[in-house]
Design a protein around this ligand. Structure first.
Ligand code: OGA
Ligand code: NI
Length: 335
């Protein structure tokens, strides 16, 4: 049977037309990406090995991963494998049937780049939909109604965020994240679909970026690579690990930790053969939450590296920048 070409939500067939092709200096340069990398894998079952003396080995491992990479896999997280697989297959169906309710908008992102004729918008080789998600509010009216299993996600996300609060201070202080990010975090869920691309060197699924909130939990389909991160100025692949979630530190954690933990720079590239699917769950502060380096981390030797601001200010700065530079730089204090 011949496959129908994939169509974007606005019915544009997906083909390597000029408006998808990046200028040479923005291309992913895949030959320069290391073939594999040892991204930390944190086994949450290691919780048991706690001798009560100082930070537990689990917390130390997480802290080290946060300092060195800003990203790690977690395994034995307690979310059943079947649920993760079912959720991904339901999301896949959403894309392939394009049967969305009015509330769920599918986006095809673009990146503004300099081309011969001036600034142009280049389309990303992907589609995305997102919606708010908070287990204490009734948001079910925002979700796709078809297929009905999509609502299984609710359980998955509930589990993830109770887990997320459980990683707590990432080695700082119990409950630190929960208190700093505020009582009313903004939770958002984003599903990304990356169809196969005839020439992955010419396009990108998601351009390089830092997530703006505090933490993202990413579920990716097994057996298809695409996510990459920068470490020591080199791009490394974050290949899927069976039954794992990827934990991604975002900008607010870098500020709260006064630069100790890294907000990870990452991107998603395409591949020739297989469609790739990922589901990101983002844990962000409320707009009125004030963010700044945690006082306990500040002393004469460690002056604050960032000024205080509200998360609303941060987002306004993001929209002002239009991707021209890293948002966090606008909040840095002179050394
Ligand atoms: C994101 C993101 C990576 C991926 O949605 O912000 O970085 O692998 N996704 O889809
Ligand atoms: Ni991201």
């Amino acid at each position: 049977m011949e496959m129908k070409p994939f169509q974007l939500a606005n019915n544009t067939p997906l083909s390597l037309s000029p408006n998808f092709i990046l200028p040479v200096n923005k291309r992913p340069n895949l030959l320069k990406v290391l073939p594999s990398a040892s991204i930390p894998i944190i086994d949450l079952n290691d919780h048991d090995i706690d001798d009560g003396q100082g930070p537990s080995p689990l917390v130390s491992k997480i802290s080290q991963a946060c300092e060195e990479y800003g990203l790690f896999h977690i395994i034995n997280h307690g979310v059943p494998k079947e649920l993760c697989q079912k959720t991904l297959s339901v999301v896949r169906e959403q894309y392939l049937t394009k049967d969305h309710t009015k509330q769920v908008k599918v986006f095809n992102y673009y990146q503004k780049v300099q081309k011969y004729e001036g600034i142009e918008k280049v389309k990303m080789w992907s589609e995305t939909f997102s919606h708010p998600w908070h287990h204490t509010e009734d948001f079910t009216h925002l979700l796709p109604t078809n297929p009905p299993q999509y609502r299984y996600l609710s359980w998955l996300i509930y589990k993830l965020f109770t887990f997320e609060l459980d990683i707590r201070g990432l080695g700082l202080e119990n409950d630190c994240l929960k208190r700093r990010i505020g009582e009313r975090p903004r939770l958002n869920c984003q599903a990304n679909y990356y169809p196969p691309c005839p020439d992955p060197e010419l396009t990108i699924g998601l351009p390089e970026h830092n997530d703006l909130g505090s933490i993202a939990v990413l579920l990716q389909v097994e057996g298809v690579t695409g996510l990459q991160v920068i470490k020591d100025r080199k791009w490394l692949p974050v290949d899927p690990v069976p039954n794992a979630f990827v934990i991604n530190l975002a900008d607010q954690i870098q500020v709260l930790s006064n630069g100790k933990f890294q907000s990870v720079r990452h991107r998603a590239v395409t591949n020739k053969l297989l469609p790739r699917l990922s589901l990101g769950m983002f844990y962000n502060p409320n707009y009125d939450t004030v963010i700044g380096p945690i006082e306990d981390l500040i002393d004469e030797e460690h002056p604050p590296k960032y000024r205080k601001y509200s998360f609303k200010e941060y987002m306004e700065e993001f929209y002002r920048q239009e991707g021209k530079r890293r948002v966090i730089e606008a909040f840095e204090l002179a050394p």
